[in-house]
Design a protein around this ligand. Structure first.
Ligand code: HEC
Ligand SMILES: [Cu+2]
Length: 356
């Protein structure tokens, strides 16, 4: 909005396109900071030059000493303080907004790996260095790193977030303008970091549905997870309908879990991920440590995302948007296709783009 008042600046290709709901809001704050800095620079510069001239030696050979002025000092303390408060409040507002994705956001999973971005959709589609999103729909990314710290950045959406190994990072945006935008890694992550670049395709909802309904042929993310659940022997311990030595996983998603040490945690994505890769970190109340094997190094981050999708699908009240991305209905393949997709999913680290 402020950028419109500065057509000269807006026309210079100094800024990426404004293609998300938050982009304009962040630009407004940015221009406010620039304006305050510019005004302060001008005030100080004019003051320095003006006083240097006014009190130059020739006109005022014998300087008079001035001893403080309460009014002046209060003014130059309180006014900047108020301006700073505006910056703080405005920035905090945008920050909190950026931390809280709306409940109906479509979920997409991103794994950073030297040197590519792997993208998984709830319907099972996968791509590399490409992200397809519908315009007008909030999209929440859950991001993991397979190796080192990466940073996921889409300048046209004004979003960026570090992707740190060992846990999930989130960001969200609502695309507003169809188009093709750059996607970068903005954290030096090894010698081919500069090549860790991709494209985001923001599409009209109808076009997006058409794109998404192509189907990956591997079954939904939850189907892929179910196959892994069998292959890795999870199903031998975690029975679906019977609580034995091991907790039943049906219905636990986003529900409180009582831990052996007395704490209560929510079974969200981060908790499930930790329970799979580092089972002894948190022990469920009533169960023993050191029974569940450690799956670190055996399951890729992509596999863990698939397993979590499967555990989610065992909780029927999970909002549909979190199960199938809100857009296309999940594709239900035959048993044979599932088995094939399982093999594929397990070796997923090397399989390439499923859809262009
Ligand atoms: C040898 C038996 C065994 C196997 C195999 C096993 N688990 Fe577990 N799992 C346990 C036990 C025992 C617990 C409870 C103790 C704890 O919290 O670590 C548990 C806890 C969990 C929890 C936390 C459950 C809750 O209610 O909070 C999850 C999630 C989980 N396992 C997932 C998996 C997945 C996914 C696999 C396969 C990759 C797997 N487990 C394989 C025994 C097993
Ligand atoms: Cu990187």
């Amino acid at each position: 909005m402020l950028a419109n008042l500065l057509p000269l600046f807006a026309d210079l290709p100094l800024f990426p396109p404004v293609a998300s709901k938050q982009a304009g809001q962040i630009d407004d704050l940015y221009w406010f900071l620039v304006a305050v800095s510019a005004i302060m620079t001008a005030v100080i510069f004019i003051g320095v030059v003006g006083f240097a001239f006014k009190y130059r030696r020739r006109a005022n050979a014998h300087p008079t000493q001035i001893e403080g002025s309460t009014v002046l000092e209060l003014t130059w303390s309180i006014l900047p303080f108020l301006v700073m408060l505006v910056m703080f409040w405005w920035g905090a507002e945008l920050f909190f907004q950026a931390q809280n994705p709306p409940k109906d956001a479509m979920e997409v999973f991103v794994t950073g790996k030297q040197w590519m971005w792997k993208v998984q959709y709830p319907d099972g589609t996968r791509e590399i260095d490409a992200l397809h999103v519908p315009v007008g729909q909030p999209v929440k990314l859950t991001m993991a790193s397979e190796d080192v710290i990466h940073s996921f950045s889409i300048p046209a959406f004004r979003v960026r977030h570090d992707v740190v190994p060992g846990h999930y990072d989130n960001l969200w945006f609502t695309p507003t303008k169809p188009g093709k935008y750059h996607l970068f890694c903005t954290e030096y992550c090894g010698n081919q970091h500069a090549g860790m670049v991709g494209w985001v395709y923001a599409m009209e909802p109808r076009e997006y549905t058409k794109w998404a309904s192509g189907g990956g042929g591997e079954g939904s993310l939850a189907d892929q997870g179910e196959a892994l659940f069998q292959q890795n022997g999870c199903s031998t311990c975690h029975l679906l309908d019977q609580q034995g030595r091991c907790p039943m996983l049906r219905g636990i998603y986003n529900k409180p879990v009582q831990l052996a040490d007395g704490r209560t945690v929510t079974a969200d994505d981060a908790y499930l991920r930790e329970s799979i890769l580092d089972p002894n970190a948190k022990i469920v109340s009533g169960f023993e440590p050191n029974i569940m094997p450690n799956f670190k190094g055996q399951l890729s981050e992509e596999n863990v995302i698939q397993l979590i999708a499967y555990i989610k699908s065992l909780s029927p009240n999970t909002p549909a948007s979190q199960q199938a991305g809100g857009a296309p209905p999940p594709i239900t393949p035959s048993k044979g296709a599932r088995a094939a997709s399982a093999a594929n999913a397990a070796g997923g680290a090397t399989s390439g783009q499923v859809k262009q």
